[in-house]
Design a protein around this ligand. Structure first.
Ligand SMILES: [Zn+2]
Ligand SMILES: [Zn+2]
Length: 135
């Protein structure tokens, strides 16, 4: 399996070879603050399985050993590397895959830091687009 993806503006593109070692939805505070989103999907690969094919990501030191790679032009978060906790590995933000349906996640991680209302978010009413507007 080869997965391609990139940032929103297209300045950075990458290719990931093989199946991800793990795909988790992360609820940790660092991921949420960094992405500005209630959770972030991460597909983990061996570092040599992922190649940046276009552009160059900026690197942000988000914790003592955590490095978040993002597009400086559009702000999309792309990769996470932590050589102390996850040596030789790279996490890819799975929502940046060209086909985000290709690898379903296997679980929720870091739920100790989850926003309380996310535990039951799947029970909320759903709308194909937006809820009807009151007038
Ligand atoms: Zn971009
Ligand atoms: Zn996280």
């Amino acid at each position: 399996m080869t997965i391609t993806g990139g940032c929103h503006c297209g300045a950075i593109r990458y290719r990931a070879e093989g199946e991800p070692l793990h795909h988790g939805l992360c609820h940790c505070t660092d991921c949420r603050r960094s992405a500005g989103a209630p959770m972030v999907g991460w597909a983990m690969y061996s570092r040599d399985a992922v190649t940046v094919t276009k552009g160059e990501a900026k690197i942000y030191k988000s914790s003592e050993n955590g490095r978040r790679h993002f597009c400086a032009a559009c702000g999309t978060g792309l990769f996470y590397v932590n050589e102390v906790v996850l040596p030789g590995m790279i996490d890819v933000q799975s929502a940046t895959f060209d086909d985000s349906n290709i690898v379903p996640p296997q679980g929720h991680i870091q739920v100790a830091e989850r926003i309380s209302w996310m535990e039951r978010a799947h029970e909320l009413p759903t709308f194909d687009r937006y809820p009807p507007m009151e007038s």
